[in-house]
Design a protein around this ligand. Structure first.
Ligand code: ZN
Length: 258
């Protein structure tokens, strides 16, 4: 990924999407006005941050990407496998109990919020459709990756082999210690290759981005790029729920067809 900055906001982009006619970014925590554990570009409304600061952070992001709030649709993320197609009429809304959105509408921005869970960007260049998915371990165990690919097939007519997938910054296998019950639940839902679980002296570590990648491959999606960035290793740039003891902000991931 490229690291870029503009107007003080630092963000990352997949070079693969350059020239594709998309606006997309994985925003870091740099470039906002929030204080303390939420410093600085927190986009989470429900994490205890000052709401005026969260609003100003959104204003800065929207100004940078040239959109107004009426063009932006977000989910209220609940670790489900609910994927919703959205169009112009959904601009300015928050979609309840949803962990994936997809659209074919130019000028409609999808904006999601993260702190360790896997941000998954899906792009069908043949049908000019984009989607974002929030994939934590519960979402993966609930089948969110399969649901997202199936939603592209059903609502857009995508062929999985045409899809391009970008796996954004998330907690890596270096930092994601989990209990055996988590491994069990994930393995019940998706094919979990043995090398996605690391056995160390102090317990089991799950490679969650690698698990999402394996789930995509099992569904016939083979054009996949992973950021390789661990949010918990790099709290200077990313919010990490795990590394910061649960008291932290949320960074944004966004995509829009131009
Ligand atoms: Zn790490």
């Amino acid at each position: 990924m490229y690291r870029r900055s503009a107007n003080g906001i630092v963000f990352y982009q997949f070079e693969e999407l350059d020239g594709a006619g998309l606006t997309h970014a994985f925003l870091t925590r740099l470039g906002g006005v929030s204080q303390g554990p939420y410093a600085t570009l927190n986009l989470g409304h429900t994490v205890g941050d000052d709401l005026a600061a969260v609003q100003e952070n959104h204003r800065r992001v929207f100004a940078l990407f040239g959109v107004d709030r009426g063009q932006v649709v977000s989910p209220y993320q609940v670790h489900s496998a609910h994927i919703r197609p959205v169009g112009r009429e959904h601009g300015g809304t928050v979609q309840n109990s949803t962990d994936g959105l997809l659209t074919t509408t130019p000028g409609l921005m999808l904006l999601f919020r993260f702190a360790d869970c896997v941000p998954l960007l899906l792009w069908d260049p043949a049908h000019r459709a984009v989607g974002l998915v929030h994939a934590g371990w519960r979402g993966v165990a609930n089948g969110v990756v399969r649901a997202a690919v199936e939603a592209f097939v059903r609502h857009v007519g995508s062929y999985p082999g045409d899809l391009w997938a970008g796996i954004g910054p998330a907690i890596g296998p270096c930092c994601y210690r989990v209990g055996p019950e988590v491994i069990e639940r994930v393995a019940q839902a998706v094919h979990l290759p043995p090398d996605r679980v690391h056995h160390r002296d102090d317990g089991l570590y799950l490679d969650l981005p690698g698990t999402v990648q394996a789930a995509l491959e099992a569904l016939g999606v083979h054009r996949i790029e992973a950021s390789g960035i661990c949010t918990a290793c790099h709290t200077d740039e990313w919010f990490s729920h795990r590394a910061e003891g649960g008291r932290t902000g949320r960074f944004g991931a966004l995509v829009m067809l131009e």
